[in-house]
Write a protein that binds this ligand. Structure first.
Ligand code: COA
Length: 324
């Protein structure tokens, strides 16, 4: 007998304001054609001036709790992945905890940039497996619009704001790959690649917030290699093969990275959940946003095998295998 983290519900939130590629053409030297061809992105949502990362997270969390038929008072833990917290401290997770009316248990942030949601799922799953928590809210929430250099065409066209959340419930299970819940996780990082994707500010280094800086083509090369290998590792831990995968729910950075990774894994296009066209890259929020889309429209059903995979600044990368 083992403990498994079963996904009991999911939710998402996107700010109302939709920014099209055409709107960006007014700001920087770019074209709709270039952005669509190189990235697959057509639109992104941008938070209002009065909206913080926690506001997005709270909306997504409320929807996930409702979907799970649960009350915040039943939660033992909130793990929130973000690289764009409201403040340097306290954590955005504690702000969400207070807003939900949860006064017991614990809440903290996880920082792994675009891999944040996979890292947070792994952390939450370990708490459940060890019996330290039973009901866990896992959130990915970002306002990347606040750290973009809106004059840098190589980065500002790629990102958007949003939040997604899942509720995990600890349940006893047999321990084989037919169980529902998180079956395997695999994480990696390699800090030598700091300069390929980073923010040039921060409380200790510069006392400023800073802007995102990226060597796009270099990141691209590492992404396909790292993502395909980590998915293979996670599937092996789960005792499953790529043929068993019903849905690939990747971090939504770029359509070409997603398709190349899937091709390398021999996962067919119809099994990919793709939202990058509408959401752009929402960093830690992109996987739960995509997940929520495919659950709400009926694509993902009980018993389906999902692979979540992501790579981000650090570099960090990872994958989770989940039976829905
Ligand atoms: N509009 C028009 N032209 C642009 C542009 C834009 N928004 N951004 C860059 N260009 C130009 C470049 O200046 C370059 O011009 P040059 O040939 O005259 O020097 C040309 O387009 C090609 O640039 P390059 O960076 O080589 O293009 P690319 O095919 O590698 O695509 C990315 C760029 C960023 C889309 C791509 O590298 C990528 O997606 N990388 C991964 C980024 C990512 O997902 N990061 C997040 C990971 S979590």
């Amino acid at each position: 007998m083992v403990r498994r983290s079963v996904v009991a519900g999911c939710g998402a939130y996107l700010p109302d304001r939709v920014v099209t590629n055409e709107e960006l053409v007014q700001r920087v030297d770019t074209t709709d054609e270039w952005i669509v061809q190189r990235t697959g992105i057509k639109t992104r949502h941008i938070a209002g001036d009065d909206q913080k990362t926690s506001d997005l997270a709270i909306a997504a969390a409320r929807q996930a709790l409702e979907h799970a038929g649960m009350n915040a008072s039943e939660l033992d833990l909130v793990v929130l992945a973000t690289a764009t917290p409201d403040h340097t401290f306290p954590s955005t997770a504690t702000t969400v905890q207070a807003a939900l009316g949860m006064t017991r248990g614990a809440a903290f942030d996880v920082q792994a940039v675009c891999s944040g949601f996979v890292y947070a799922m792994n952390v939450a799953d370990n708490f459940v497996r060890l019996g330290q928590a039973k009901n866990v809210l896992v959130i990915g929430a970002e306002t990347f619009s606040r750290i973009l250099d809106w004059e840098d065409r190589t980065t500002c066209v790629l990102f958007g704001d949003g939040a997604g959340a899942v509720v995990l419930l600890g349940q006893d299970a047999s321990g084989d790959s037919s169980d529902r819940g998180v079956l395997a996780n695999c994480l990696h990082s390699d800090g030598r690649h700091h300069d390929l994707l980073y923010v040039d500010g921060g409380p200790s280094a510069t006392q400023t917030v800073g802007h995102l800086r990226m060597e796009g083509p270099e990141v691209f090369k590492h992404a396909v290699k790292n993502l395909s290998s980590v998915v293979g590792e996670a599937l092996e831990i789960a005792g499953l093969h790529t043929d068993d995968v019903d849905w690939l729910v990747p971090h939504q950075a770029n359509k070409r990275i997603i398709s190349s990774t899937a091709r390398k894994l021999r996962v067919s296009e119809e099994k990919i959940v793709m939202t990058v066209e509408r959401h752009a890259n929402t960093s830690a929020a992109s996987i739960p946003l995509a997940l929520n889309d495919a659950v709400r429209d009926g694509r993902i059903n009980t018993g389906d095998v999902l692979v979540l995979e992501a790579m981000g600044g650090g570099f960090t990368w990872g994958a989770s295998v989940v039976r829905w």
